[in-house]
Design a protein around this ligand. Structure first.
Ligand code: ZN
Ligand code: ZN
Length: 387
């Protein structure tokens, strides 16, 4: 049996186990850096399949690395498993986790024949938007020695390369002074007014943003009582731009809007976080082409999305990985339209038969891609040369 058939055969024997993993994670959504159960379930599955598992990798309680194989080409496969507040696995990270495990189990079965080593990186907290699992694991050396990294993310439709832009998430806190809102309003400093002024300024700023920029956020605390001048308000904002350089420029402008709120009201402003943003993603064209060929061999098709593909920009810490080593982040379609990522309806789609079939296809397409990377001497040499 050739290595690709061997990988497929191994995967088919683990089908139920992988779909059970996907469904279990989906049924128990956990927020970023709190993914204790998902992390443990993944570690157990991989340990059962002979992987050497390091729990709490990079000093993160819900991160892990799991390694198998002893071949010279070392491929990293990223697993995400965090959910969103209130809407659970509406980004389908349960599928990402199961696909990472599936790809790794299938590739590990033939790793030594193919000349591969496989490391699964359990990367927490992708949805947090700043100082996330991959950002910290990169800093702390978890990706050192890897020749390439890959993961597959669910989406409404198949996309080889999604438009991934840079992003920075930060918290804003205004502190004013409480006072009776009717009897002594002149003694108060209104922290809610500060936030209103900032939001108005950001609204005006939109005229001067590039079409590719994004600014969006939520108020996380707006005050405590209508008859008390709000002494404390807070918000969480995300700023995005084409790349990390442009991101800094947009972020500076948005920060000035928040400063405007403080100046106008006399409230004090504190901005927390945002120092470790997500980078734009540069997929490795060679690995992308190989992934596409393998996905198509499994019957998957990549529709031309035209301008919609450009408009649909999102961000991921896999962008930071792509700055460090050759990386791909293809999107696998689960036929969910009109439901899209970050909607409860999308969460429901992430455990359907279509999603389950995608889990198996995504696993095998990644395993076959890893095998091709090791077998194609030109690609293998290119990947191994640069480290
Ligand atoms: Zn998401
Ligand atoms: Zn996601």
């Amino acid at each position: 049996m050739d290595t690709k058939s061997g990988a497929r055969e191994r995967l088919s024997r683990s089908r139920e186990e992988l779909l059970d993993l996907s469904h279990r994670i989906h049924a128990h959504p956990e927020l970023g850096f709190e993914e204790e159960r998902a992390c443990a379930w993944l570690e157990n599955v991989l340990a059962d399949h002979g992987f050497a598992v390091t729990h709490g990798a990079s000093d993160l309680p819900t991160a892990f690395v799991a390694r198998a194989g002893s071949g010279p080409l070392h491929i990293g496969i990223c697993a995400e498993y965090d959910a969103l507040p209130g809407i659970g696995h509406a980004c389908g990270h349960n599928m990402i986790a199961a696909m990472a495990a599936g790809a790794a189990i299938a590739a590990a079965a033939v790793a030594d024949d193919a000349g591969l080593s496989i490391t699964v990186l359990g990367t927490p907290a992708e949805e947090v938007g700043d100082s996330s699992g991959k950002v910290l694991m990169l800093e702390r050396g978890a990706f050192d020695g890897l020749h390439a990294a890959m993961m597959v993310h669910p989406a409404p439709v198949e996309m080889l390369e999604m438009h991934i832009i840079a992003a920075s998430m930060f918290e804003v806190h205004y502190t004013g002074k409480p006072a009776h809102a009717s009897a002594f309003p002149e003694l108060g400093i209104n922290a809610a007014d500060a936030l209103t002024i900032a939001q108005t300024s950001i609204g005006l700023l939109r005229q001067h943003l590039k079409q590719t920029d994004r600014v969006h956020g939520i108020t996380t605390h707006g005050g405590d009582a209508p008859n008390v001048i709000p002494a404390h308000t807070s918000a969480r904002y995300i700023v995005r731009a084409q790349n990390v350089e442009e991101l800094q420029d947009v972020r500076d402008k948005v920060v000035r809007c928040f400063e405007a709120g403080a100046i106008a009201t006399g409230a004090t402003l504190e901005i927390r976080g945002g120092s470790k943003p997500y980078a734009d993603l540069h997929p490795d064209q060679g690995i992308s082409a190989i992934y596409k060929r393998n996905a198509e061999a499994l019957g998957r098709t990549f529709p031309d999305l035209g301008v919609l593909g450009e408009r649909m920009a999102a961000s991921t810490d896999m962008g930071n990985v792509s700055y460090a080593l050759p990386t791909i982040h293809p999107m696998i379609g689960i036929d969910s339209l009109p439901a899209v990522n970050h909607q409860p309806e999308f969460a429901a789609h992430c455990v359907t038969e279509v999603a389950d079939a995608a889990v198996i296809d995504g696993s095998l397409a990644m395993a076959w891609t890893a095998i091709d990377l090791a077998r194609d001497h030109e690609t293998r040499d290119r990947l191994m040369m640069r480290r």
